[in-house]
Write a protein that binds this ligand. Structure first.
Ligand SMILES: [Zn+2]
Length: 314
């Protein structure tokens, strides 16, 4: 039995992200419960100290720049005709990390032409309203997540971009010499998006799978609707794994730097010399990640199925 399938006395009410330690769902769960997407659609009351979130921006590939923080990511894909920005972190740090980070790396935020928001939680949509208002990029998000933003104006105060492009499965966002393909991966939220695209490492093309929603922070502690929610999540992982395989993805990116260890990798990259690129995992490890995610979700789903049977007996 995989380690993540061990029965628990209490159902996990939150977040698993077995990303960088695939054998250890439990250890990752403990870490991400404190920091993952759970309840992060609300802006924190006070701005946390910068030491808790600030990270240096970095040029990671010839055409992809990290402008995120210690826990959450934003990525800028540069093209001949402007920039495609992935995710926008929180309202309190998007100015410094994204706008400030881009300027520090010599990129002009005015050139952001597309803003791709993986899902409508505050740690990813937080800077979208500010960036849309200021730089007028086209904003792409999943339909059900656009609906959330409109349905809960108080929850999304200061982070409610105006409805723009509704993502469809297989939709391509093309800008200059780059194209990002969008895949609908409901589960983490109903409208979660993931992406495949190509980056260049010293001129060599590498294919990226960008996972837009990791943690199990949907309703997951009662058989109804938990079993169904896990099924949605598992099927999305299966479909996206197949898309990643079809493109030959060897790089895996997350919208949480805490999950893909982006900040540590950026430090390694700075001293890379002639060594391998720290983000290039290989096709098999990328696929193993998706297998682990499916196994962990299935293990949690099995517990709920067991719970349902036990309840029916009594
Ligand atoms: Zn989230």
């Amino acid at each position: 039995m995989p380690r993540c399938a061990r029965p628990r006395r209490r159902p996990v009410s939150s977040s698993w992200a077995p990303w960088s330690e695939p054998a250890s769902c439990l250890r990752s769960a403990a870490r991400t419960r404190a920091t993952g997407c759970r309840n992060t659609s609300r802006t924190p009351r006070a701005r946390p100290r910068a030491t808790t979130w600030y990270a240096e921006p970095a040029k990671v590939f010839d055409n992809l720049y990290f402008v995120g923080g210690k826990l959450h990511s934003a990525w800028a894909l540069t093209t001949r005709d402007g920039i495609i920005l992935f995710d926008t972190i929180y309202p309190y740090d998007s100015e410094e990390l994204i706008v400030g980070g881009m300027r520090k790396l010599g990129l002009d935020p005015k050139n952001i032409k597309y803003l791709l928001v993986s899902h409508a939680h505050g740690d990813h949509i937080g800077g979208a309203e500010m960036l849309q208002t200021r730089y007028r990029p086209r904003v792409v998000m999943g339909g059900p997540d656009w609906d959330l933003v409109e349905k809960y104006p108080n929850r999304y105060k200061t982070m409610a971009p105006k409805r723009d492009i509704v993502a469809a499965d297989g939709m391509k966002v093309t800008l200059g010499d780059a194209a990002v393909t969008i895949w609908l991966t409901p589960g983490h939220t109903p409208g979660t998006l993931s992406y495949t695209f190509t980056v260049l490492d010293r001129g060599k093309p590498l294919n990226v799978a960008y996972s837009g929603g990791t943690a199990f922070n949907f309703v997951n502690n009662t058989p109804d609707p938990g079993i169904r929610n896990f099924q949605t999540y598992i099927e999305s992982q299966q479909r996206f794994a197949a898309r990643a395989a079809a493109t030959g993805a060897t790089v895996l990116l997350s919208n949480h730097s805490e999950f893909d260890n982006a900040v540590d990798k950026n430090r390694v990259l700075a001293g890379r010399g002639d060594g391998p690129h720290p983000y290039e995992l290989g096709a098999d490890p990328v696929q193993r990640y998706f297998k682990v995610m499916q196994s962990c979700a299935r293990a949690a789903q099995l517990r709920l199925e067991q719970q349902r049977v036990e309840t029916a007996k009594h």
